[in-house]
Design a protein. Structure first.
Length: 329
């Protein structure tokens, strides 16, 4: 039987899913265009920093494709093979994206060191500056869009993609600064030896790009793995759950064995609730429904499981009937 509430919930989830996919598609398109431009200009200018940015965008494209897969899988309802839902596909997506970022950083480091050893020769710097400026502008727009949707839908996959592009913005600005300095040196510096030294800014900036990429990948790995290893919800969310339970403290003696974890954007919460000995099944069921609904209102996408136990003690300090007020965790 379908209810208006259930229908509204499914409609909301469908809208959210479409927003996620729309944001990912925008990332895929923008990265595809930027890869072509960066590769063309990178080979034209012989700039390792621009080529490193092309590799970075290539990783972002793969990451966006993985994010699209993770978002699509995570939207599937629970089934026989995945009774707790598919939320962890977003965590898997974020972890794979982080590994790809590490791989991109390693490539950049190797290429930069090679350039430092063999020397640097650049040309057509105007084209390089134009493409990198375009890249920074596009990625600012797309990363803001992705991060906004990620925050509104609590999507770790979209947040990972947004962080990739945000890192691209910073590294693009670094490359622009290096190429700009080299361009000015060509115009102003007369000594060819000093001009050659300025050219080393290109691989040095590429190494700085790699360091920033590694840091972003490490942070993303930590966050993605938290959901895969069933790490508890953040402390402030734990406080929210306990506040809700305490607000109903006059209706039950105690609760214990409170556990929670996150899978993608879903929160799984379970606890044991001790009911008064004279409470009926209907009353306890209604109480549990109220508690679950309030937790879900304060923590979106929370799946709450409450195991009810009968009270086996008679406390001298009761609030009503046999409800004990001194044992809440």
């Amino acid at each position: 039987m379908f209810t208006g509430r259930a229908h509204g919930k499914h409609s909301s989830e469908n809208v959210e899913h479409r927003r996620k996919l729309g944001a990912v598609r925008l990332s895929i398109i923008s990265n595809s265009v930027l890869i072509v431009l960066k590769l063309a200009v990178g080979f034209l200018t012989a700039s390792v920093s621009i080529l490193s940015e092309a590799v970075h965008s290539g990783m972002d494209l793969v990451a966006a494709l993985i994010a699209a897969y993770g978002v699509k899988k995570a939207s599937h309802p629970p089934d026989a093979g995945h009774p707790f839902g598919h939320g962890k596909f977003e965590n898997i997506s974020g972890t794979v994206e982080a590994l790809l970022i590490f791989a991109a950083a390693l490539y950049i480091v190797v290429e930069s060191i090679q350039k430092l050893r063999t020397g640097v020769q650049l040309q057509y710097l105007e084209a390089g500056l134009a493409v990198m400026a375009l890249s920074a502008g596009v990625n600012i727009f797309v990363s803001k869009r992705l991060m906004r949707v990620a925050k509104e839908t609590d999507s770790i996959a979209l947040e990972a993609d947004a962080l990739h592009l945000r890192t691209d913005v910073y590294t693009s600005l670094g490359v622009i600064a290096a190429l700009g300095a080299i361009y000015l040196a060509d115009l102003v510096v007369r000594d060819p030896l000093w001009r050659a030294r300025v050219y080393y800014l290109d691989p040095l900036v590429a190494l700085a790009v790699a360091v920033m990429i590694i840091r972003a990948a490490y942070d993303l790995t930590q966050r993605s793995l938290a959901g895969l290893v069933d790490r508890p919800l953040p402390e402030h969310e734990d406080r929210i759950i306990r506040q809700v339970l305490r607000s109903y403290a006059g209706n039950f003696p105690e609760f214990h064995d409170l556990k929670h974890r996150k899978a993608g954007s879903e929160r799984h919460i379970e606890l044991h609730l001790v009911a008064t000995r004279d409470a009926t099944v209907r009353e306890v069921h209604a109480l549990c429904d109220e508690i679950e609904q309030e937790i879900q209102q304060r923590l979106p996408k929370a799946r709450v499981l409450i195991h009810v136990e009968p009270c086996s003690e008679v406390c001298p300090r009761c609030q009503h009937c046999e409800v004990c007020d001194g044992r809440e965790e």
